[in-house]
Design a protein around this ligand. Structure first.
Ligand code: RP5
Length: 164
């Protein structure tokens, strides 16, 4: 196993459903990653240690997902210089709006790149884009991915034209 470049952390195993798409994107792009439950509220010492050590372990991007009072991405960002991508997890009572506001409303000086509620796919893709600046081979794969999106729209238009 090669050293992980991306770390996917989440506040609870119940978040995995929303973080799994990020993991799948990274697998598709053949980017090594590690996945771990790290809770800002239930395991604050672990979060501290994890964030402090991530960079020296070779991690280059952290994807952090959490729901409700979603402090994990912001607190992690405050303890590392690595880019942190926050994934607001859809919550039971407020549909993830609480998660979104908790993650996106960071004070100036501590940035967290926040994707849409439940959008682990975009978190994975943003991580690949960041990595592609250093790992040139990912650029070609991103171009191919974008071409596949174009192809999907062309297919939609073909299906539509067949119905009209
Ligand atoms: C947050 O509380 C987690 O990120 C999760 O989204 C939410 C609920 O956690 P569980 O009660 O399902 O463990 O910390």
């Amino acid at each position: 196993m090669s050293t992980p470049l991306v770390s996917i952390i989440m506040g609870s195993l119940s978040d995995w459903e929303w973080l799994r798409p990020a993991y799948e994107v990274l697998r598709e792009f053949e980017v090594s990653c590690e996945v771990k439950v790290v809770s800002a509220h239930r395991t604050p010492e672990l979060m501290y240690q994890y964030a402090k050590e991530a960079r020296e372990r070779g991690i280059e991007v952290i994807i952090a997902g959490a729901g409700g009072a979603a402090h994990l991405p912001g607190m992690t960002a405050s303890m590392t210089t690595l880019p942190v991508i926050g994934v607001p997890v859809p919550s039971k009572h407020l549909s993830g709006q609480d998660s979104l506001y908790s993650i996106v409303q960071m004070p100036a000086g501590v940035p967290v790149a926040t994707v849409g509620i439940g959008n682990g796919t975009n978190a994975g893709l943003l991580a690949v884009r960041i990595l592609s600046l250093k790992h040139g081979e990912l650029q070609e794969k991103l171009i191919a991915y974008q071409a596949s999106l174009r192809q999907k729209v062309e297919d939609m238009n073909l299906r539509l034209s067949q119905e009209l």
